[in-house]
Design a binder for this molecule. Structure first.
Ligand code: GLV
Length: 311
């Protein structure tokens, strides 16, 4: 059985091999540019595979996304439509995302960016009113595994959490909104808006001027979905007008975010380098080995890409 890997570059392959040794000792692990017979490749674990390459493996049984999203695979016009794609959603991914959203929400609650900026100027500015989690309503867009885990953690800490999803919601015990009809009511009740949607045709540009204008004035934004969800100039305009007060942005249209981007230096924006939920290689090898074993047994796989939903 052979797995080919495109994640982390050639320098990561020894580490991948060592990790697969622990979880799938019989598996042959090849690097993306290794000289292997394409017909011998059974499985592919990939992040942003170069267009056309997946289609060269005639016996591919399963594509495993190295991340939770599959947009980086669908971007290949020739990806083999008959091969299922499994998304990398592990318990660790959920914890990482939930803790990222919590960290961001607490930083926004306590205006930590302002203190850090003041520190750079050796400027002591006393904050005379302090907010706590329970003062703020957090609206989470996207109620998949990552959205639900984030909602639960934030709710445990005291934030007033609600959720929104395109279809019927899965946010047990917390208010949830569904579909376009309830989008406005959801937004009107979100002091902190969190985007954890999948990147699909229907979610592209959803964080735009019209959406942001329906939030309470001075709301905050956390985007840990995809850069394509956000119309960056609308976010900047909303920050400049005071409609938004602060934003934590982890994902961008172009990554790495180019040095000339105005987002880097905007006083209302915290930029993080697409690091919200990136399970380490050991965790991804463990999950990949589990998926391969399950697939070989003919078991149904979790979190498989569904073309009708688009994720
Ligand atoms: C990263 O953004 C992922 O898709 O897991």
């Amino acid at each position: 059985m052979r797995l080919i890997i495109n994640s982390g570059g050639a320098q990561a392959i020894d580490d991948w091999r060592a990790n697969f040794q622990a979880f799938a000792p019989g598996l042959e692990v090849a690097g993306w540019h290794d000289d292997v017979d394409p017909a011998s490749v059974d499985y592919a674990l990939v992040w942003e595979p170069d267009p056309g390459r997946l289609a060269t493996f005639p016996n591919l049984k399963l594509i495993i996304s190295a991340g939770a999203g599959v947009d980086h695979i669908l971007a290949d016009p020739q990806w083999p439509r008959h091969v299922p794609i499994a998304r990398m959603v592990t318990a660790r991914t959920q914890t990482e995302m939930a803790e990222f959203v919590l960290t961001s929400a607490l930083m926004l609650t306590r205006d930590i960016k302002r203190a850090v900026d003041n520190q750079a100027r050796r400027h002591w500015e006393f904050f005379d009113s302090v907010r706590v989690a329970a003062d703020l309503r957090v609206g989470i867009m996207g109620l998949g595994h990552l959205g639900v885990a984030s909602a639960q953690l934030l709710s445990r800490v005291g934030f007033q959490v609600s959720g929104w999803s395109r279809g019927a919601s899965r946010l047990e015990g917390l208010p949830s909104y569904a579909g376009q009809d309830q989008f406005g009511a959801f937004l009107a009740a979100a002091d902190i808006l969190v985007c954890l949607l999948p990147a699909t045709d229907s979610t592209r540009g959803i964080l735009n001027a019209a959406t942001l204008s329906r939030l309470p004035r001075g709301a905050c934004l956390i985007n840990a979905g995809r850069g394509s969800h956000m119309v960056a100039r609308d976010v900047v305009a909303a920050l400049n007008s005071g409609q938004l007060s602060q934003a934590v942005l982890d994902v961008f249209d172009e990554e790495p975010l180019p040095p000339e981007s105005p987002l880097w230096s905007h006083p209302g924006i915290i930029v993080t380098p697409h690091c919200a939920a990136i399970p380490d290689r050991r965790e991804r090898a463990r999950h990949t080995a589990f998926l391969i074993a399950a697939n070989e047994r003919g078991d149904a796989l979790p979190n498989v890409y569904d073309a009708r939903r688009g994720y």
